[in-house]
Design a protein around this ligand. Structure first.
Ligand code: NZQ
Ligand code: ZN
Length: 389
């Protein structure tokens, strides 16, 4: 295994009823003014808003609301949130939602304590912390990104057409409350999109050097099998607690840095999806679903042994009578079949990309990830986009 240092500062409270049990106590140490940040209003429809505000009121908190955080949160929304936090003397941000809410809140936690250009100094390049970001706690309402257990925040700069992420340990939420029953109301499309995002995070980690036997890859295989099984069960019964709780912890495990220990990691599909998102505002998990099989058919020869292992250990494909290449390709086919089975798109057109979308501009704007089995070029990324179209 490669050398590593491991730390994860987020304290996780997991399980049915955890918000009722712990939220009040957790907010005690952060002063009296709490910014309740959320998205477009799902929490008002499913009762989570009422439950959380009642707890904060009972705890004697002054609640400042910040709503309307959109999917693929923008720089402008971050600055709006920072202004609200500064003007109201906010002492704790409480983000209630999915990846977009949590990411936006992490960026607000920096911007609220920083007077310079947050995009230029923390997203366009790696930032330097000579201050503490505003404390953040999160309540997860949809699983997928794993943002609850890391310092990562993916922000879109609309003017520059760039969507990019940074992972700052200083931005790890101080606490994360994960109640699987909060995800029961997530619509099917968003649930499978989040589920595929989990799978993608694990695959992007697994398909990278080193390839010799390592515990990170063994954990990844177990997690992938669990995501596939749990997603199928949650589609059949959205209120299957076992399935929902497995998915919720799978998402956290995929992005709490544990499976990345000692690994290079690839994340080229994420680079491509982020730029597709910057140009088209497509859904994150759906964009990944379109890209993965095609990208893997471009790189599998360079990582043949691992793709073979994936086919056998994750999808249960029999190796009998097949060449290594046939086994590897059967694994990628199984992944594609699963994408169709769960109802995610398989072409860029399904995502809303049209003939007039400038795929070359999008391809040219993608970062080239150093961890891919195969060194990508912008020309090859354009080829992949065209094949996905
Ligand atoms: O906005 P509301 O009305 O709340 O509705 C949301 C939204 O439409 C809805 N929703 C959430 N909880 C619900 C619910 N609907 C019903 N019942 C509930 N309990 O679901 C939608 C979720 O939106 P969003 O937060 O955008 O989804 P997701 O969690 O997939 O986050 C995507 C964002 O995270 C970034 C993505 O790029 C994208 O911007 N990522 C963040 C990462 C990180 N920080 O580590 C890693 C990822 O790879 C990813 O890039
Ligand atoms: Zn992702």
């Amino acid at each position: 295994m490669n050398n590593f240092i491991f730390e994860n500062a987020t304290k996780v409270y997991f399980g049915k009823g955890c918000v009722k049990e712990y939220l009040s106590c957790l907010t005690k140490r952060y002063g009296s003014t709490v910014m309740l940040a959320y998205g477009g209003g799902s929490i008002k429809r499913n009762g989570i808003y009422d439950e959380v505000t009642a707890i904060l009121k009972e705890a004697g908190k002054k609640v400042v609301e910040f709503s309307g955080i959109m999917a693929n949160p923008t720089c402008a929304k971050v600055l709006e949130g920072a202004k609200v936090a500064k003007e109201n003397g906010v002492e704790l941000i409480l983000g209630v939602g999915g990846g977009s809410v949590m990411d936006c809140c992490k960026a607000i936690s920096i911007a609220a304590r920083y007077d310079g250009d947050v995009w230029a100094n923390f997203w366009a390049r790696t930032g330097v912390f000579d201050f503490e970001p505003l404390p953040l706690g999160v309540i997860v309402t949809v699983t997928g990104t794993g943002s609850e257990c890391n310092g990562g925040a993916v922000i879109t700069n609309e003017a520059r057409k760039v969507k990019t992420g940074r992972d700052y340990p200083a931005c790890n939420p101080r606490f994360a409350l994960l109640d699987p029953t909060y995800t029961y109301s997530v619509p099917k499309f968003q649930m499978v999109s989040g589920g595929f995002d989990i799978l993608s995070h694990i695959m992007e980690t697994y398909f990278s050097e080193p390839n010799e036997s390592n515990v990170s890859d063994d954990i990844s295989e177990a997690l992938m099998r669990n995501v596939i099984k749990s997603l199928r069960a949650a589609i059949l019964n959205p209120e299957d607690y076992t399935a929902r709780s497995n998915l919720m912890w799978d998402a956290a495990m995929a992005e709490n840095r544990i499976i990345k220990l000692g690994k290079m990691c690839d994340f080229e599909c994420h680079q491509m999806e982020h730029q597709l998102g910057a140009y088209t505002n497509c859904n994150h998990g759906a964009g990944l679903a379109v890209l993965h099989p095609v990208y893997y058919r471009h790189i599998y020869r360079e990582g043949l042994a691992k793709f073979k292992q994936f086919a056998v250990n994750v999808w249960g494909i029999s190796a009998d009578g097949k060449t290594d290449e046939e086994i590897a390709l059967a694994g990628i086919d199984a992944l594609e079949d699963f994408i169709v089975e769960i109802g995610l798109p398989v072409t860029l057109q399904d995502l809303g990309v049209t003939e007039s979308t400038d795929l070359k501009a999008i391809a040219d704007s993608c970062n080239l990830a150093p961890g891919s089995y195969k060194k990508m070029s912008h020309e090859e990324i354009l080829e992949i986009f065209k094949e996905c179209f």
